[in-house]
Each structure stands twice: as C-alpha cells, then as structure tokens.
Design a protein around this ligand. Structure first.
Ligand code: EPU
Length: 337
C-alpha cells in the first residue's frame, strides 16, 4: 500500500474534473483500510468509480480508492443464490458475471457506471429495478474507529436514490463487501416502456434476462453519453416529487407535462422534461452545459472545473424553480468537505 501526495483525480471521476488530492491511497483489503485510517489524515473521503460525484475543490486529508476485489457464490438454494462481491468491483462486470452464471436480477441495471461498493449508497436504479430489490446485506468499516459492521436491508434505509449512507452516516463508512440474493429463475421485468419498445425492435417475443440486459445496454448507449468521450455523471438531478395539489395546478398551466403517479399519493415529474421546457436541453455555457440528447445530464466539454459545472447546475435549478415553482435537487454527490 503506497501513499501518493498531490495526486490528480482527473482519471478517477467521470466528469473528468482535474482536482488534486493531498493524500491518496488505494486499498485492496480490510487490513489496508485499517492501516490507512491509522495514518490519521482527516477528513477521509472514499472514492468508488467516481461516477456519481462532482468535485469542486482539492480534497484535503486522505482520499481512499476502494479497490477491494472478489466475486463468489456463497450459498446456493434451488431458486436463489447468494453472492458476495468486493466493494471495488466494477458494477457492470458483476452484471455480466451473474448472467453468465445463470443468476438473475441485475439485468435491468446493466451498464450503470461505478463500483459495487458505491451502489447501495444511492440505491442505484434503472428501468424499473432498484438495487434494494436484490440486496441482502453489506459489510462496512467505520472510518473513525476502523470497526467492521454488517448492515442488513432494513438498516440501510433505502429510498429513491437514497440510503442511510447519504444521510445520517454520510462519509462515515467504507463499504467493503456486498451480498446479493439472485434468482435462478429466468423471470424478467419489462414494465418499463423503453425496454418493451427496444425488444420489439430486436424482434424478441419471449425475452430472457440476457435479452433484457442487451436491450438496456442499447437504450443506455443511445441516450446517455459515454464518460470516456464526454465527461458526465449520469442524471445530475433527482426527479422531483410534488403533491397532487401542486401537480394539478401545473397540469392546468402545462397540459403536456410528463408525470408518474406514485403509491404515496405524490406525483413524480421527470426533471429532464422540466429542464428541456426551460430551453436548457443541449445548451452550452463555456466548458459545460447539458447533453444534446438528454437534458438531465450535465456534461464537461473538456476543461470545465467542478465550480463551473456547479454554477451551470445552479442556473438550471433556478430556471426550473422560476418557471414551474419546483425545486430540483442534485442526485449526485457534490464534494464532501
Ligand atoms: N425527457 C425529456 N427531455 C429529455 C429527456 C427525457 O423531456 O431530454 C422526458 C421524457 O418524456 C422521458 C422522461 O423525461 O419519458 C424520463 O426520461 P428517461 O426515461 O430518460 O428517465 P429519467 O427520469 O431522466 C431515470 C434515472 C436514470 C435511469 C432512467 C431509466 C433518475 C434521476 N434518473 O432517468 O438513472 O437510467 O430513469 O430508468 O431517476 C442516473 O441515476 O444517473 C440515471 C441515469
């Protein structure tokens, strides 16, 4: 384990923002983490795949890059298998591996950038599936005491792009291993319209989980920019939820509004639609702006700083608030200090 100083993080965040970490260490085991904690550089910031993150300043203290590896089936039953996965593993590689093993449940979450350890933090979700549906438990190490703790599903307080690790326990733990409960039965989730449309185009009538994965990959590749070519962090904002009353008012004023009614009586509105209506789709301001094919994605056209990206996000937030009276909030993690 080697400590590096003044380390550029440009290649460690998908926005491609060039900030420099005072101290940087890559950990591959629990012991590495415990040693890193003992170095006593504060604050400690844990980095996964850097795909849901906007860095606006040089991190002081210590940046720990989680590279804990390992994927294995730990318990097998007829209809389900439990797999244990290292927090540093690449998410999509895990999805591919599970499909090859005939284990299902992750296919709708294909091609989400990032690492396995970061996935529970924001309860990643896409195309009708959220991580919590396949999550069993995780192990994490407390960054102050170095103590290991197990969190079961109920302990994680999962919500829409949310968990206890984004709230009460924000920046307090590093997730070392995650256990998933996957199915051996080829049951598929095609509730999401875009999946049905894509399967139709692919001329597939009885889709298997592998087909779903291929369809999701196609959809994602067609509308989300590849961070290797254009810096971005996926959806920048969450889709806001408004009360029925507020929604009815909006619907009168904007009859074409897109929406999804929720079980809790509220109504979810796609932030991408709100942003596009404000004239922000594909708009460029200096080195940043929104993606031409998807208004919810803020991109780095090359040399944008984190502060420039944040200022663009604030302008978008203000425009939406002014036109619709709705506050859209970042989905991604902005700094940590
Ligand atoms: N839309 C527009 N303009 C656009 C793009 C979309 O008006 O430029 C409208 C369309 O009507 C579309 C609706 O917005 O039907 C929703 O768009 P989309 O299906 O692309 O989904 P999203 O709500 O923007 C969410 C997740 C994505 C996830 C997709 C698919 C959030 C914040 N984002 O996006 O997750 O892949 O659904 O399930 O919930 C991420 O979290 O980084 C992410 C990419």
């Amino acid at each position: 384990m080697k400590i590096q100083t003044n380390k550029s993080l440009k290649l460690y965040n998908t926005f491609g923002v060039n900030v420099s970490a005072a101290n940087f260490i890559e950990v591959k085991s629990d012991q590495d983490i415990q040693q890193a904690i003992q170095l006593n550089h504060q604050p400690i910031f844990v980095l996964g795949g850097g795909s849901n993150l906007l860095l606006t300043k040089d991190p002081k203290g210590l940046v720990i890059k989680n590279s804990i590896a390992g994927r294995k089936v730990v318990r097998s039953f007829k209809q389900s298998h439990y797999v244990k996965v290292g927090g540093g593993e690449n998410w999509h590689d895990l999805v591919v591996w599970t499909l090859k093993k005939g284990l299902y449940g992750l296919e709708n979450l294909s091609l989400i950038p990032g690492t396995v350890g970061a996935a529970p933090v924001q309860n990643i979700g896409a195309y009708g599936v959220e991580l919590e549906q396949v999550f069993h438990k995780l192990q994490a190490i407390h960054l102050e005491t170095g103590k290991r703790k197990t969190f079961f599903k109920k302990d994680c307080q999962f919500g829409y792009r949310n968990s206890i690790f984004k709230n009460e326990l924000r920046n307090q733990y590093i997730i070392t291993n995650v256990w998933f409960k996957l199915s051996t039965i080829k049951k598929v989730n095609i509730r999401y319209g875009a999946i049905q449309d894509t399967l139709m185009k692919m001329k597939i009538k009885n889709p298997t989980p592998k087909h779903i994965s291929n369809a999701v990959i196609q959809i994602r590749q067609s509308k989300l920019p590849d961070p290797a070519k254009l810096g971005n962090s996926g959806s920048f904002f969450k889709n806001p939820e408004v009360s029925k009353k507020k929604f009815n008012k909006l619907k009168k004023q904007f009859p074409n509004i897109k929406f999804y009614p929720l079980d809790n009586g509220k109504v979810k509105i796609p932030a991408a639609w709100l942003i596009e209506q404000c004239g922000w789709k594909g708009k460029r301001v200096g080195n940043t702006g929104t993606y031409q094919h998807h208004a919810l994605i803020i991109v780095n056209h090359g040399k944008a700083s984190g502060k420039e990206i944040m200022s663009c996000a604030k302008q978008i937030q203000k425009a939406v608030k002014k036109k619709f009276g709705v506050l859209i909030e970042p989905e991604i993690r902005v700094d940590f200090l």
